[in-house]
Design a protein around this ligand. Structure first.
Ligand code: GLA
Length: 437
């Protein structure tokens, strides 16, 4: 009961703080060009892969026809290098005429006709990071209106070629300008990534009021090192970042690189699992025309997506961190979900062989009771588990085991983390008082 009241208060709090455009009550999902296709503008020699309307139409076709859209992957997002180097005679941004001969409005209707949404990229500054025209302060109103006129559904607003003072004015100004167009446009702010990602420079309360999502940290690359360093940064700073997220306002650890070249299948499951725990936006940056069936199965896992998209919108945390007392090489992550459910991820940092990790739900802070367990990637129900029963999970090197855990309807509370921000929970989450197995 107390938990329910706390949740209602939390929900009200969140409702007043989030950007008031009603969008992205769960983390946005879709496809984003950057990591996989970068600034390839060589359409003469590389027509299938260059940044052009062909690429975005191809991806829209795949999202619509290969089962992605139904799972929630609805955004088709253009990143840098789409624009002409010059604004038009009215001072408006325009797409590169050679690579987007039909124009952005046309591409938008192609995408909308398939039940999808279009995202575009801009930059709060003189130039984009790739050297294309940016949106300095005096161009914010006209660019917001241009995007709305084109029927764009989301804007990623980068921050190259501007200083801290300009960003402080520009990011809130763009939020206002987008709202003023009357078109609901999801707003992704790269601002905190340019401020180092942490308070006191970053004000997460303000970000929640003006942006739907924000890049907190550096760019992802197609490698396990990159994925791991990003996950580490987010979980090392979870005390600051976790409370900042909620419906309509999300931390963004950057794109999913599952389906590219750098991750093994185990590492791909790890990225999917950790991004689901983090309530991260799920923007794939891969080639949906040639993706392997293994990668597709991971990205289309319904329960992993369901965990990511949980309507309560509470970001998860690392419960057990590797430290002097915890030498197994296994870390454990947890996320509370609606209907008293939760998710656990057992993640191996080992590089030797599958590790048999032993624990009980009680040791992982679950309260007295018996729980139904579903193994998300093995796609099977496990035997019901009492909080006191010891279990063993075998976790592959750089891999995960992910569980969806539900409690019987008559069970009152399930996890001491129900008091998410309470001191008892923080002691564990900080790793100051680790659970020794
Ligand atoms: C920055 C962003 C990337 C991408 C590039 C484009 O580095 O963080 O996500 O948008 O710019 O140039």
């Amino acid at each position: 009961m107390r938990f329910a009241v706390a949740l209602c208060v939390l929900a009200l709090f969140v409702a007043t703080l989030a950007l008031d455009n009603g969008l992205m009550r769960t983390p946005p999902m879709g496809w984003l060009a950057w990591e996989r296709f970068r600034c390839d503008i060589d359409c003469q020699n590389d027509p299938k892969n260059c940044i052009s309307e062909v690429l975005f139409r191809d991806m829209a076709d795949r999202l619509a026809e290969d089962g992605w859209r139904e799972l929630g992957y609805v955004y088709v997002n253009i990143d840098d290098c789409w624009a002409s180097k010059d604004r038009d005679s009215n001072g408006r941004l325009q797409a590169d005429p050679k690579r987007f001969p039909s124009g952005i409005p046309n591409l938008a209707s192609y995408i909308h006709d398939r039940g999808l949404k279009l995202g575009i990229y801009g930059d709060m500054g003189t130039f984009t990071c790739g050297g294309y025209p940016g949106t300095p302060l005096d161009k914010i109103t006209i660019d917001a209106q241009t995007f709305a006129d084109w029927k764009v559904d989301m804007l990623k607003f980068d921050g190259c070629y501007s200083n801290a003072t300009e960003q402080e004015q520009g990011y809130p100004a763009m939020s206002k300008a987008l709202n003023a167009t009357g078109r609901p446009i999801g707003y992704s702010c790269s601002w905190p990534a340019y401020q180092g990602g942490l308070p006191p420079k970053v004000n997460y309360t303000q970000l929640g009021e003006i942006c739907n999502l924000w890049r907190n940290y550096g760019d992802i690359e197609d490698s396990w090192n990159s994925v791991l360093s990003i996950a580490d940064w987010f979980f090392n700073n979870q005390d600051v970042l976790q409370p900042a997220a909620g419906p309509g306002r999300w931390n963004d650890p950057d794109m999913l690189v599952v389906g590219d070249f750098g991750l093994s299948m185990d590492q791909s499951r790890s990225q999917m699992a950790l991004w689901a725990i983090m309530a991260a936006p799920l923007f794939m940056s891969n080639d949906l025309r040639t993706i392997s069936s293994g990668a597709r199965t991971i990205l289309q896992n319904k329960v992993a997506i369901g965990i990511n998209q949980d309507p309560m919108g509470v970001q998860g945390r690392r419960l057990i961190k590797l430290n002097l007392n915890e030498k197994s090489g296994i870390e454990v992550f947890w996320r509370p979900l609606s209907d008293k459910a939760s998710a656990l991820v057992f993640f191996s940092r080992r590089t030797d062989m599958p590790y048999r990790y032993q624990a009980s739900l009680g040791q992982l802070n679950y309260t007295t009771g018996s729980y139904k367990i579903y193994d998300v990637f093995a796609e099977r129900e496990m035997p019901t588990l009492k909080d006191s029963t010891n279990f063993v999970v075998s976790i592959n090197p750089s891999g995960v085991v992910m569980w969806y855990i539900s409690a019987p309807a008559d069970q009152e509370n399930t996890h001491i983390g129900g008091k998410l921000r309470g001191p008892a929970f923080h002691r564990h989450a900080n790793g100051i008082s680790p659970i020794v197995l």
